[in-house]
Design a protein around this ligand. Structure first.
Ligand code: DOR
Ligand code: ZN
Length: 350
């Protein structure tokens, strides 16, 4: 039996939701990952230090008994965020980033920013304090083709921002195109990117395979095969700028299997196992640990994990659904095999 032991990974982009949904899903993340950057796109958004502190308490209260999982909190950047709010967030010690959602780009992004000039002072305070900006990198303009929105965002917003603020650390989240890979590789120091399992495992054909497949719909949407190839090369190539971020985003089944289905794929139940499949297929299982457990903490200036997790190469089949609050969430690969499973809860490295 093949097994693989690696430093306990972290998830640098996850949606844990709130209330009964939070209680249903947080265990999947906490079982595999030591820490996770928790997205602030609740309704209403987590836009203040006080809201981040309260949300963190709710997450801690929802953890399985004995779990030492550490939620790394983020603030939702709005047009009315003040530099003083950044100071208050920093003083808490557990806020590790500020999230930029271009208004209208994705789920619960209506409170986001329409023009970065609205938040220039906030960005300056973040730059001075070395607090990373986490970017949903898609233009929200409806006239731009949905498959071109990431590229359009690079050209019109991200490239100018990175030049204008030479010391602001920026995570380009869930990159999906060869162009984004190229952009990050050639960017100045202080720019990193997360990559999801679904963008490594699928191209946009998955959305239309034999019919419309709502459980493959996420934002940014899946792209072309050549984009997927570039993402695999980036993730498995050992470059420190790229690190793990599942973007696991649960939605109740009825809101996805719907005439207007929500964006988001639930992958937390196999959040490290799916990457093992990708790295194995690429012939680079030896580089999984760096991508999953080293590059992220190094970028965020946090210590690397001292515990380990072990994965075993043994197929298992996720169920048709997991409980999600009063409803059900359909997990990625429901009823189909996943090639790796988690062998142990996190252990001290011997
Ligand atoms: O697919 C997505 N789902 N993309 C996002 O940016 C948001 C997320 C969600 O919160 O459901
Ligand atoms: Zn997300």
């Amino acid at each position: 039996m093949t097994s693989l032991t690696l430093a306990r990974p972290d998830d640098w982009h996850v949606h844990l939701r709130d209330g009964a949904g939070l209680a249903s899903v947080v265990k999947f993340t906490a079982e595999r990952f030591g820490r996770a950057i928790v997205m602030p796109n609740l309704k209403p958004p987590v836009a203040t230090a006080a809201a981040a502190a309260a949300y963190r308490e709710r997450i801690l209260a929802a953890l399985p008994p004995g779990s030492d999982f550490e939620p790394l909190m983020t603030l939702y950047l709005t047009a009315t965020t003040t530099p003083e709010e950044i100071d208050r967030a920093l003083a808490l010690g557990f806020v590790h980033g500020v999230k930029l959602y271009p208004a209208g780009a994705t789920t619960h992004s209506d409170a986001g920013v329409t023009d970065l000039s609205q938040v220039q002072e906030v960005l300056e305070r973040m730059q001075a304090a070395d607090l990373p900006l986490l970017v949903h990198g898609e233009t929200p303009h409806p006239e731009v083709d949905v498959f071109d929105r990431e590229t359009h965002f690079i050209d019109t917003v991200l490239a100018p921002l990175i030049e204008r603020m030479p010391r602001l650390r920026v995570v380009f989240e869930h990159i999906t195109t060869a162009r984004a890979v190229e952009f990050v590789r050639s960017a100045r120091a202080g720019v990193g990117a997360t990559i999801t399992p679904q963008h490594l495992l699928h191209n946009r054909n998955a959305l239309f395979a034999g019919g419309l497949r709502p459980h493959y719909y996420c934002l940014p949407v899946l792209k072309r095969e050549r984009d997927r190839a570039a993402l695999i090369e980036a993730a498995t190539g050992g470059d420190r700028r790229f690190f793990l971020g599942t973007d696991s985003a649960p939605h109740e089944r009825g809101t996805k299997e719907n005439a207007c289905g929500c964006a988001g794929m639930f992958t937390a139940h196999a959040g490290i196992e799916l990457y093992a499949e990708v790295f194995e297929a690429a012939g680079h299982l030896d580089r999984l640990e760096a991508f999953a457990s080293h590059h992220g903490p190094d970028f965020y200036r946090l210590p690397r994990a001292t515990r380990t997790v072990t994965l075993i190469k043994e197929p298992w089949t996720p169920p048709a659904g997991y409980a999600f609050g009063a409803g059900v969430v359909v997990p990625y690969r429901a009823g189909e095999q996943i090639g790796w499973r988690l062998a142990t809860p996190a252990l001290e490295r011997p």
